[in-house]
Write a protein that binds this ligand. Structure first.
Ligand code: GAL
Length: 564
């Protein structure tokens, strides 16, 4: 059987629950029709990371240039600035804390230069400040900086996952980031299998030690740009609470303190945004650190990173010198109303409503019946924009009015039938919105984008959108790129529905017919009622015509991202 269909045939929730639970089966069946089916939290065990983790990590600011004093100074900084009270409460020590060699018992040893008293007193001091303590290790035989890893030795042998996890538990570790450098791949085995084995072993070790630790997995980042990426993204949720999917945020360099770093914010945002189908409360895509407020980032760019990450329900892990953050940066990073968008209980990924060369419009459903809207300006000049309720899938009637609370200024726009955005260069507007009852519940409306795993797309001009003309083109933000995913799984635009007629999709009048329904799989395929895949053929620097073809496994011209 084609592996691409496994998820449809045996979704995670069917695998986890006893048979005979008719209601659950039914629910799984329904969610399998139009959206990926997710596993329910394991009963009886408290869900870890029910909302995206928040905290601080040394890496992007210091790399290996830190000591215990720097870590503790930043922990104090979190408390002093009030950022800890706003939720940034986990202090994680990244690579370089350990030595290259283990001791005679095979235990990891903290670097005596950085941690002259060992690691435990540092953990205790962090706990004494009311914070949580996180640590870095690696699933390979060495960390990225060549120090002792937890994984199998190079050439094979016994791993140290359980032994290291016991040590971490004895120190009081609350959060483990497991990187993926130098993972040993046995001859004849695949890289993907080797990573899965290592992360599964770490997950088993965490269960065995019986101390709750949030588990951050870096595995997918080692497959970014390859078809295996999607497979790895499909299993990390079985083992941990969050995962890095891609490249690092640009680091601060002491020798080049003024190097601009906003480009890395935009890049990480662009690869994280299309992955909404993989996340849910307890399982988060991690777009990497918040470098907002640090060198190389303006205040506008700081606002932008925090708001984008919050619209994506991404983990908020600061990586800066907290003591050097300006009061303005602290105010932005601690903006309660924006943080509430990130920490919203539904944990939704924002929908990309519209994208053109310089601007993105985002929409996110929140718990309690409100919504968040954001407008990003990537360009060099200010933009002005008028938005309408129908852009977000609300009913287009005269009575539909939106009340919008501007989360930066704290001011309310009284109920109105339009929303006016004025956004400066590199800045972002963000509102919490309430809709009048006549607006109804919004349908899933926005762009349908094609994400080619094999290509590093520069989002400024290279994201591909499904257009109503029946082809895939560079996103231009026109109404021809606005789609609604109906509850039955039809793809609707300008009053018509996309139908796979004789292998060539075309726009036809919408009906309840089965052939108008598409299944959206976890791997990102849009599957017709006949079990074939929506495909955009041809070179992806031109207009690519649509066709219906046999589904391949992680075939880049068959992977789509839909409104959430
Ligand atoms: C990278 C990782 C960074 C940091 C670094 C340490 O692979 O993405 O966040 O942990 O390794 O060497």
């Amino acid at each position: 059987m084609d592996r691409g269909f496994r998820m449809l045939d045996r979704p995670a929730c069917l695998r986890r629950l006893p048979s005979g639970m008719l209601a659950t089966l039914l629910l799984c069946f329904i969610c399998g029709v139009a959206a990926p089916c997710f596993a329910s939290p394991v009963k009886g065990r408290q869900m870890l990371a029910a909302t995206p983790p928040m905290g601080w990590n040394d890496w992007a600011q210091y790399q290996c240039g830190y000591t215990a004093q720097d870590i503790l100074a930043n922990a104090k900084g979190l408390v002093k600035t009030g950022l800890a009270a706003h939720g940034y409460n986990t202090v994680t020590i990244d690579d370089c804390w350990m030595q290259k060699d283990r001791d005679a018992q095979g235990n990891l040893q903290a670097d005596p230069q950085r941690f002259p008293q060992g690691m435990k007193p540092v953990a205790q001091a962090i706990h004494a400040m009311g914070l949580k303590f996180g640590i870095y290790e690696d699933a390979g035989y060495e960390t990225c900086d060549g120090l002792a890893g937890s994984g199998e030795p190079d050439g094979g042998g016994k791993d140290h996952f359980l032994q290291d996890t016991r040590l971490f538990a004895s120190w009081g570790v609350d959060y483990l980031k497991l990187d993926g450098c130098k993972v040993y791949v046995p001859a004849g085995g695949t890289k993907a299998d080797a990573y899965r084995k290592a992360y599964a072993a770490q997950s088993a070790a965490l269960k065995a030690v019986n101390r709750p630790m949030v588990f951050s997995e870096s595995a997918p980042a080692y497959f970014q740009g390859t078809p295996d990426w999607y497979d790895v993204l499909s299993w990390v949720r079985d083992y941990g609470q969050l995962w890095r999917e891609g490249s690092d945020m640009a680091n601060f360099h002491v020798k080049k303190p003024d190097d601009p770093r906003f480009h890395s914010v935009l890049w990480n945002y662009s690869y994280n945004l299309p992955l909404g189908r993989f996340q849910k409360p307890g399982n988060w895509n991690d777009a990497d650190f918040i470098i907002g407020g640090a060198d190389g980032m303006s205040l506008a760019e700081t606002r932008t990173q925090l708001a984008l990450w919050s619209m994506m329900s991404a983990p908020l892990i600061l990586s800066s010198d907290v003591g050097r953050l300006s009061p303005q940066a602290v105010a932005i990073l601690g903006n309660k109303a924006v943080l509430a968008i990130d920490q919203d209980a539904l944990g939704k990924m924002a929908t990309l409503v519209r994208r053109n060369q310089i601007m993105d419009v985002l929409f996110k459903k929140l718990s309690g019946g409100s919504y968040a809207i954001a407008v990003l300006n990537r360009g060099t000049s200010p933009i002005q924009l008028e938005l309408h309720p129908a852009d977000f899938g609300f009913a287009a009637n005269a009575g539909c009015r939106l009340t919008a609370w501007n989360l930066w200024s704290g001011t309310d726009q009284p109920a109105a039938s339009t929303l006016q955005a004025n956004v400066a260069s590199h800045d972002i507007a963000i509102w919490r919105v309430h809709a009048a009852p006549s607006c109804g519940t919004p349908t899933r409306t926005g762009a349908i984008i094609m994400v080619a795993a094999g290509r590093h797309r520069d989002m400024d001009n290279d994201t591909r959108c499904l257009a109503v003309s029946g082809s895939v083109e560079d996103c231009a933000g026109t109404s021809a790129e606005a789609w609604t995913i109906t509850p039955s799984g039809a793809l609707k635009s300008a009053g018509k529905c996309l139908v796979p007629a004789n292998g060539k999709p075309s726009m036809q009048g919408c009906s309840a017919r089965k052939d108008q329904r598409w299944k959206y799989t976890l791997l990102g395929n849009l599957v017709s009622a006949d079990g074939e895949c929506l495909t955009a053929s041809g070179p992806d620097n031109q207009s690519q015509p649509l066709s219906i073809q046999t589904c391949g496994h992680n075939q880049s011209d068959q992977i789509w991202s839909l409104p959430n």
